[in-house]
Design a protein. Structure first.
Length: 319
């Protein structure tokens, strides 16, 4: 009898233990699933928001911000993201206002000259001579060049240049640019020499744009080299992947402290001299944008003031 009672008790105990384990197991699974859903939603939500905001910031919408709440890693990441977006917005605004200031400054000089001459003509103080018309013509030409250069620069900086990349023979490139400038060199009495390494492979470039860069460097070399000086163009294979074209002159040279800045927009070593010689101050900025758009590099070297300068740009070798 007592054996039967023991067996019944044991059965009841086993059944309730099984039930208890089932209930506890189900509760544990439900809790784990709920907790992981909650945690992943807490993590996935902000990450999704951050991904969307980064995409919009990359597209130039620097006013974009994310909700950065909490002191955990995600909250800190959100705050860092917002700080970065704020810094970008500030830098863009600063750059925009600097550009407007620079352009206004550059326009002021030729406009003041034009106005002075026109007022002088109206008052009868300036004679309506050939010299006066030539001066007025020069100043309007300067304004036109500045506007054209600014347009080119804004297109280049916005990466809106349409480039036609083809294999280009360096010899053709050098010859075209040299022919374009040789009358001006002859007129000033500056010698122009060219040297192209034999068996140089073709470069992958936009021929017209590459000629534009070289013409610009040759124009500068002529501008800053006095009569009886000389300019030498050299095209060589820099390494297996790059062709280097350099323009060396025996002219004004560039003091070391100015070298890192001469590719900046409107930066000039000698402002009045550059203006007097007809420079717009953005030729090198455009040259750099063009070279970089073609996958090359550009830099300047000079042993110092009065000791000449060398400008070199590279272009990738055509496969
Ligand atoms: P700019 O129209 O004034 O020549 P660039 O952008 O072409 O403007 O050149 C910027 C500045 O770099 C020039 O104002 C000049 O000071 C300096 N520079 C450029 N090329 C030469 C050179 N070959 N020799 C000496 N200085 C140069």
């Amino acid at each position: 009898m007592s054996g039967q009672v023991d067996a019944a008790l044991a059965d009841t105990f086993r059944a309730s233990l099984g039930q208890g384990l089932l209930v506890a197991g189900t509760a544990a699974i439900v809790t784990a699933v709920t907790a992981s859903l909650l945690v992943s939603r807490r993590i996935a939500g902000p990450i999704h928001e951050l991904a969307g905001a980064s995409h919009r910031v990359a597209g130039g919408h620097y006013a974009e911000r994310v909700k950065a709440s909490g002191r955990d890693e995600l909250g800190q990441l959100g705050s860092s993201f917002n700080a970065m977006a704020a810094a970008l917005l500030e830098a863009t605004e600063r750059r925009r206002s600097e550009l407007i200031g620079d352009v206004a400054h550059e326009l002021r000089t030729p406009l003041a000259t034009l106005r002075g001459y026109l007022e002088g003509l109206m008052d009868g103080v300036v004679a309506p001579s050939d010299q006066t018309w030539a001066r007025l013509h020069d100043e309007t030409g300067r304004l036109q060049r500045l506007i054209d250069d600014l347009q080119e620069l804004s297109r280049a900086e916005a990466k809106q240049l349409s480039l036609q990349l083809w294999p280009v023979a360096e010899a053709d490139l050098v010859q075209t640019a040299a022919e374009r400038l040789s009358p001006a060199y002859a007129e000033k009495g500056v010698t122009l020499g060219t040297s192209i390494e034999p068996t140089l492979p073709a470069a992958l470039a936009d021929g017209d744009r590459a000629v534009q860069v070289l013409t610009n460097l040759l124009g500068n070399a002529l501008r800053y080299t006095p009569a009886e000086g000389s300019v030498q163009v050299l095209a060589t294979l820099a390494d297996a992947h790059e062709i280097a074209v350099s323009v060396s002159d025996t002219g004004a040279g560039i003091p070391a402290e100015h070298l890192p800045r001469i590719f900046e927009r409107f930066y000039r070593v000698d402002k009045s001299r550059s203006r007097a010689l007809g420079g717009s101050g953005i030729g090198l900025t455009i040259a750099r944008a063009l070279v970089e758009a073609m996958g090359g590099r550009i830099w300047a070297e000079s042993p110092g003031a009065g000791r000449g300068a060398t400008f070199t740009f590279t272009l990738p070798v055509a496969a």
